[in-house]
Write a protein that binds this ligand. Structure first.
Ligand code: C2E
Ligand code: MG
Ligand code: MG
Length: 717
């Protein structure tokens, strides 16, 4: 990138002499050498002409009337352009004093009179070329300085023999060294380094100087006002012929922003970003530590599980931003309560703050150690409940909320982290059930339901391997044409002793037992294989809907699984629809939405299941990656008897239309319901009226009967 726009061709020379003859000779000679010439007959005219014509070089006589050459040269040097223009002074006085004065006035070079006009052309050409080289160098230095400023990177060099330290402007700035700092040296630089980092930096420099070992070291620099800057310093030795270091050459780069980001990432791995409380991982780690400590010293540790009552209402009525703010305030109050409390000495010896944690949503955990008795624990719980019950001032609104707390104490209620948390959760659940805004201690009976499930859980583990799980298919019918456009795949469990178990019973067990991911993959794979089979039979392309549980959205892994299954079957993504319930969508919203967006990105459609039972806020729908809304069957059931349900159903349909969403009605059992839905513009229906869910072979038969005998090409997937 070379900028030579300022260079003129031919170059213009300003010749200044009070002798007309000399000007004439100069003009002829310079013009013959290919230059253009302007003339001035004294110093005053020279300065004026310089300003007007902007010559590339000035030939300047010293002795002239009015203003002499020295003064003219000084004036030329004052202007920005004049500072860089070569000036060749001509004088009849060949004494040292005049030469010195000429250079002091800023002359580039000096020529004694009489001037040898035959060679002046060569001389001028040489001076111009030199000036161009200097000009290039200046520009390149400017560019380098600019690049260093942008990269926040400076360079330095240390001449070992002369002990001379040089550094770029940016390097000085990075170390907070202004121009007033006096002479630059390695010591001046090291003085700026944070006292704890100075030793390692000095050692690295010294090793590099003595042994030639390159180094890179991160260190902090003290800036005015107590601020710190993080720098990455690196250097290498420059050796002489024998390989001994004669100089060090290095750079320093500002990495403050990167360091800050790294710290934030490290922090977020163990903390909740919203409230900055410990997250589940850190809490579990510290609780484990506290339990080990308590075991050795025969002490107790208590876990308090706090859940806000009806928190969802705040999000629904005041919006998520206020909801977030609210959670932060709750976190603050909780921290204060625990800090005030005298019995909370140390869950963990190194950090009292870590006793409080947010587990996500509106769930908080507190761990307390060295508690004397349950009365004391009850007092802490009550103190927390009282603190929560005081109104919160949020965005100009007074918000009142209650919380429910469940308490589990080690070792009686569990000796490890998981069982303590689980039992505190069960106690919290019980507190909510009995009356909100209270606390409850864990009792063995609370876990009876899960105990009952234990057998089912162990059976379910085997069921996956023993092919006891299967799918039933329920047709989805387009209201306009009465055509079957797809099927919903519904899981069934053929239990060897208990018979057919419905999904409402075993899906929650699978979720609790961590079996939902393999179960979900089984459903997905079976459903896709069924579509593939139908295609191979020559039946037209159908869309299959698969239900996904909220647990499957915990990680982004779902996208990989779906992609893999589609590829392996193989089935086109356009043949797959996923159903997710409204409440599942609202849990862990961020990840869920991101996963759904990815699924939609590959061509899969998304249906919002059981719509109307959860948040019922159509305004949320705008931001969500959803194609179809499925009106919950509870509304459809009472369409003809409950005017409210009829009104809600009509409203859902019309709102969905304005949002460009398709609407499916679930659980349609009667002709009247169907007529109502059709009249209001519902797109599809599903229900016993048309067909209950049925085994795969029945569904195949139905498709064969309904669809034209003409086999289709099968090119769709
Ligand atoms: P859903 O997704 O809302 O499925 C519709 C349910 O309504 C099915 O119950 C179906 O049999 C029933 N149904 C269909 N038509 C009618 C009707 O006209 N009247 C009445 N009263 N009911 C009707 P099912 O098969 O027992 O499934 C219950 C729920 O279990 C499903 O609700 C879904 O949320 C869940 N589920 C089913 N299969 C899976 C699965 O593979 N994975 C997951 N995560 N959940 C599943
Ligand atoms: Mg469904
Ligand atoms: Mg449903």
């Amino acid at each position: 990138m070379q900028d030579s726009s300022h260079r003129r061709s031919p170059a213009l020379i300003l010749i200044t002499d009070d002798s007309k003859m000399i000007r004439q000779m100069g003009r002829e000679s310079l013009e013959q050498s290919g230059f253009e010439v302007v003339e001035a007959e004294d110093g005053e005219e020279c300065v004026r002409s310089f300003r007007e014509s902007g010559p590339d070089l000035v030939l300047l006589d010293v002795e002239m009337p009015k203003v002499d050459g020295f003064t003219a040269c000084e004036e030329i040097r004052q202007s920005e352009r004049g500072a860089q223009t070569p000036v060749l002074m001509m004088t009849g006085r060949n004494d040292l004093d005049s030469i010195r004065r000429a250079y002091e006035a800023g002359a580039t070079d000096f020529s004694a009179k009489p001037v040898n006009w035959t060679i002046i052309g060569q001389r001028v050409r040489y001076m111009l070329r030199m000036n161009e080289v200097l000009d290039d160098l200046r520009r390149s230095q400017e560019r380098l300085a600019r690049a260093q400023r942008i990269a926040r990177l400076g360079n330095w060099e240390l001449d070992l023999a002369a002990q001379r330290f040089t550094a770029s402007e940016e390097l000085c700035r990075l170390y907070g060294l202004g121009p007033s700092e006096g002479e630059l040296s390695l010591e001046v630089l090291l003085d700026r380094v944070h006292v704890d980092d100075r030793g390692p930096v000095r050692n690295a420099v010294e090793r590099c100087a003595s042994e030639g070992t390159a180094f890179s070291v991160d260190h902090r620099v003290n800036l005015p006002g107590g601020r710190l800057r993080n720098l990455h310093l690196q250097a290498d030795a420059i050796p002489d012929e024998a390989g001994r270091p004669i100089a060090l050459s290095g750079t320093a780069q500002d990495i403050t922003d990167r360091k800050r980001a790294e710290e934030e990432i490290r922090f977020l791995a163990y903390h909740d970003g919203l409230t900055r409380l410990a997250n589940r991982r850190l809490f579990s780690e510290r609780l484990r530590f506290a339990l080990a400590h308590a075991r050795r010293h025969r002490e107790t540790v208590a876990v308090l599980f706090l859940d806000l009552d009806h928190f969802k209402r705040i999000n629904d009525t005041l919006g998520h931003t206020v909801g977030d703010l609210f959670l932060q305030r709750v976190a603050d109050r909780l921290k204060n309560c625990v800090r005030e409390s005298d019995c909370v000495s140390r869950v963990v010896e190194d950090s009292v703050g870590a006793t409080v944690s947010r587990f996500g949503g509106d769930e908080f955990m507190v761990a307390l150690s060295s508690i004397q008795n349950s009365d004391e624990l009850g007092q802490v719980a009550q103190r927390i409940l009282d603190a929560m019950a005081r109104p919160f001032e949020l965005d100009g609104n007074d918000v009142v909320i209650t919380a429910s707390i469940g308490i589990a104490v080690a070792p009686e209620d569990g000796e490890d982290v998981d069982s303590l948390i689980r039992n505190a959760d069960a106690a919290m659940f019980e507190a909510k059930n009995q009356s909100r805004g209270t606390y409850k201690f864990y009792e063995l009976a609370m876990n009876e339901v899960p105990h009952e499930n234990l057998q089912l859980e162990s059976d379910l583990r085997k069921a996956l391997d023993r092919s006891e799980l299967l799918l039933h298919y329920q047709p989805k019918v387009e209201l306009a044409g009465g055509r079957v456009v797809g099927f919903e795949a519904l899981a069934r469990w053929q239990h060897p002793k208990l018979g057919m178990i419905p999904p409402d019973t075993f899906v929650p067990v699978a979720e609790q037992a961590g079996l939902i991911v393999p179960l979900g993959e089984f459903v997905l794979r079976s459903a896709c294989s069924q579509v593939r089979e139908w295609r191979e039979m020559g039946l037209p392309p159908l869309r299959i809907s698969v239900n996904l549980s909220a647990h499957q959205f915990r990680t982004e892994e779902l996208v990989e699984t779906v992609t893999r299954v589609l590829r392996e079957t193989p089935v086109s993504p356009r043949c797959l629809d996923v159903e997710i319930t409204e409440s599942a969508m609202m849990q862990n919203q961020k990840v869920t939405v991101s996963v759904l967006q990815k699924l939609k990105g590959i061509g899969i459609t998304v249906s919002l299941d059981d719509f109307g039972t959860g948040y019922s806020s159509l305004s949320y729908l705008k931001g969500f990656p959803v194609d179809t809304v499925k009106i919950d069957r509870s509304f459809v059931r009472d369409l003809m008897t409950d005017p409210d349900d009829a009104a809600i159903t009509a409203a859902i349909i019309s709102m969905a239309k304005t949002l460009n969403l398709r609407v499916t009605a679930e659980g349609v059992e009667t002709e009247e319901q169907l007529a109502f839905l059709r009249a209001h513009g519902c797109d599809e229906m599903q229900g016993y009226l048309f067909s209950p869910p049925m085994p795969a072979d029945r569904a195949t038969e139905m498709l064969r009967e309904m669809l034209p005998a003409e086999p289709s090409s099968g090119s769709d997937d």
